[in-house]
Ligand binder design. Structure first.
Ligand code: FAD
Ligand code: SF4
Length: 492
C-alpha cells in the first residue's frame, strides 16, 4: 500500500479534456492524461482494502491495488508488467473502458473512487513512450495451426496469447483493416487507430499472420440486405477449407446485426444504422476516399438510442457541423446519483453524460418513435410519443404525440446478435438470443458443438464491452491451447 493516509489527504483527479471548440475541429483524442505528480497522488488514494472488489469488478481482473502501489512508488516498469499480466491491451481499456472497477472500489462506498482507469492509461502510455512494450515471441513452436476469425479485441487478444504459446496463428478479417469495432465503430476521437496498428506490428513480430479482406464462411450475399455490416472482403474462404488447414478454429466475429426500427418510413433516404455512419468517418480519417459519405453538415440530426453508439454518433455529427443534434432514449431519465449502499459494488444505473454530450446535444428520455416522415423519398421528420412504465409494461402517454424535424436519423439501438450466416456455415448451434452456444467453464469452455471450433467475445456473449472481449479472447486461448496440447500454461 502506497500511502496509508492517502485516501484522506487527496481528492480524486479527473483526466483533463481539451476545450470543446478545439476538439470539435478534428477527430483526434482530446483526453489529457495524468502527469507523474497527479498519478502519484491518485495511486496514493488506494487503500489496499484487503478484499479488492475492484479486482473482481474488472472483467480482466487487473491486479489494481498492486499497480497502484507501484505507481505511487514510481516503479512504472513493474506496474506495466503487472498490468500486462492480465490485460493484453491496456491502451484500449485505459481509453474506452467504462471502468466497472471504479464502481466496485471500496472508496466509492462513501467517497469518490480511485481513478483506476486514468492510472491504467498513464501506465501504458508511459510503457510505450519508454519502449517497454516489445514483442514476446515464443521460444518453442508447437507445430499446431490455429485460425482466428474476426480481428476485434477478442480475436486480437486470443491470437496474441496463442502465438505466445507457440502456435502458428492466422487471424482472418473481412474488413480491410484489423481491429473490429475498435477500428470501424469507435470514433478516432475516443481512440486513435495508431494504438491498434502498434499492436498489429507487435503481434506480427510474435508470429501472427493477418489476412484482411477475407470473409470466412461466405455464400452469395451472406449477410442479407438488411445486415448492412461493414464488409470490404475481396476473398472468401469456406469453413471446410479452414477445417482442413487448421488444428483449431476460434470464431470471434462479434455481434454485428444492428437492431432495426420497423416503423413506417424506415426506407426513407436519410435513415441509417449508426454502423453505416460511423465506419465511414473512421475510413476517411484513415485517409480513404468514401464515395457519397453520409454526413451531418448543416442537418438536424436525431440519434435514436441512448447508449455508447448513440453518443459516438452525437460526437461525429457535431464534428461534421450538424445544425442540431438530439438523442432519444426510450427509458426514463435515471437519477444523477446512484443509491450507493444499494448498488455498490455493482455497476449502477445513473445518468451518464459523455464527452460527446458535453459537446452539444439535446437529450430526450422516455420517448418512442412512431413514424418517420418524409417528402420525395427523403426523411424530413419524426412522429414521436412519450412513454411511461406501468407494472413493468411500457405504455404510450395519451396526447403526447409530437412531430420533430430531422434531415438525418441514425439508429443506434444496439445489436441483436451475430450475423447468423457465419454460425450457420460452420454448423455452430445458437443460444436463445442467436449467439454462438458455448460455456465459459474452466475446462472445455468456449468450445462449440462443432469439433475443434471455439467461439469468444460478442459472437458468444452478445453485444458487450471491449474489456469483456479481451477477457473472453484470453480465456478462449487457454481453452484452445489445452485442447491442442492437453495442458496449458496460459493464464485465464
Ligand atoms: C459504435 C460503438 C461504440 C462502442 N464503444 C465502446 C466503448 O466505448 N467501450 C467499450 O468497452 N465498448 C464499446 N463498444 C463495444 C465494443 O466495441 C465491442 O463489445 C467489442 O469490440 C467486441 O469485440 P469482439 O472482438 O467480440 O467483436 P468485434 O469488435 O465486433 O470484431 C469482430 C470482427 O470480426 C469480423 N468478422 C465478422 N464475421 C467475419 C467473417 N465471417 N469473416 C471474417 N471476419 C469476420 C468483423 O468484421 C469484425 O472486424 C462499442 C461498440 C460500438 C458499435
Ligand atoms: S480494464 Fe476497465 S474495469 Fe479493468 S481496471 Fe481497466 S478501466 Fe477498470
Amino acid at each position: 500500500m502506497g500511502k496509508v493516509t492517502g485516501f484522506m489527504e487527496y481528492e480524486r483527479i479527473e483526466e483533463g479534456y481539451k476545450p470543446v471548440p478545439e476538439r470539435l475541429k478534428n477527430y483526434k483524442e482530446f483526453v489529457i492524461g495524468l502527469d507523474d505528480a497527479q498519478a502519484n497522488k491518485q495511486a496514493a488514494r488506494c487503500m489496499d482494502c484487503g478484499t479488492p472488489f475492484c479486482n473482481s469488478g474488472c472483467p480482466v481482473n487487473n491486479i489494481i491495488p498492486d499497480f497502484n502501489d507501484m505507481v505511487f512508488r514510481a516503479d512504472w516498469k513493474s506496474a506495466i508488467d503487472t498490468l500486462h499480466s492480465t490485460n493484453n491491451f491496456p491502451e484500449f481499456t485505459g481509453r474506452i473502458c467504462p471502468a466497472p472497477c471504479e464502481a466496485a472500489c471500496t472508496l466509492n462506498v462513501n467517497d469518490d473512487a480511485v481513478g483506476i482507469k486514468s492510472i491504467e492509461h498513464a501506465i501504458i502510455d508511459r510503457a510505450w513512450a519508454e519502449g517497454w512494450v516489445k514483442p514476446q515471441p515464443s521460444p518453442h513452436k508447437t507445430g499446431k495451426k490455429v485460425a482466428v476469425v474476426g480481428s476485434g479485441p477478442a480475436g486480437m487478444a486470443a491470437a496474441q496469447q496463442l502465438a505466445r504459446a507457440g502456435h502458428a496463428v492466422t487471424l482472418f478479417e473481412k474488413n480491410d483493416r484489423v481491429g473490429g469495432l475498435l477500428r470501424y465503430g469507435i470514433p478516432d476521437f475516443k481512440m486513435e487507430k495508431v494504438h491498434i496498428d502498434r499492436r498489429v506490428e507487435q503481434m506480427q513480430a510474435e508470429g501472427v499472420t493477418f489476412r484482411t479482406g477475407v470473409m470466412v464462411g461466405a455464400v452469395k450475399d451472406p449477410l442479407g440486405k438488411d445486415s448492412r455490416v461493414t464488409n470490404w472482403a475481396r476473398e472468401t474462404i469456406t469453413p471446410e477449407q479452414l477445417q482442413k488447414e487448421f488444428d483449431a478454429i476460434l470464431l470471434t466475429g462479434g455481434a454485428e446485426q444492428s437492431r432495426d426500427l420497423p416503423v413506417p418510413g424506415r426506407d426513407l433516404t436519410g435513415v441509417h444504422f449508426a454502423m453505416e455512419f460511423l465506419p465511414q468517418q473512421n475510413k476517411v480519417n484513415a485517409g480513404d476516399k468514401v464515395k457519397d459519405q453520409l454526413r451531418a453538415d448543416g442537418k438536424h440530426v436525431i440519434v435514436i438510442g441512448g447508449g455508447d453508439t448513440g453518443s459516438d454518433c452525437v460526437g461525429t455529427s457535431n464534428r461534421h457541423g450538424a445544425a442540431s443534434v438530439t438523442q432519444f432514449e426510450l427509458m426514463p431519465q435515471p437519477p444523477e446519483e446512484e443509491n450507493r449502499p444499494m448498488t455498490w459494488p455493482y455497476w449502477p444505473i445513473k445518468l451518464r453524460t459523455s464527452s460527446s454530450h458535453e459537446e452539444g446535444c439535446e437529450r430526450e428520455f422516455a420517448i418512442s418513435t412512431k413514424e418517420l416522415l418524409g417528402e420525395k423519398g427523403k426523411v424530413t421528420g419524426l412522429k414521436t410519443v412519450r412513454v411511461e412504465w406501468k407494472d413493468g409494461k411500457m405504455q404510450e402517454v395519451a396526447g403526447s404525440e409530437q412531430t420533430l424535424k430531422a434531415d438525418l436519423v441514425l439508429l443506434a439501438m444496439g445489436f441483436v446478435a451475430p450475423v447468423s450466416a457465419v454460425l450457420t456455415a460452420f454448423g455452430v448451434e445458437k443460444d436463445a438470443r442467436g449467439n454462438a452456444r458455448a460455456t465459459t467453464d474452466f475446462v472445455g469452455g468456449y468450445a462449440t458443438n462443432v469439433p475443434k471450433v471455439f467461439a469468444a467475445g460478442d459472437i458468444r456473449r452478445g453485444q458487450s464491452l471491449v474489456v469483456w472481449a479481451i477477457r473472453e479472447g484470453r480465456q478462449a486461448a487457454r481453452s484452445v491451447d489445452e485442447f491442442l496440447m492437453g495442458y496449458s500454461d496460459l493464464p485465464r
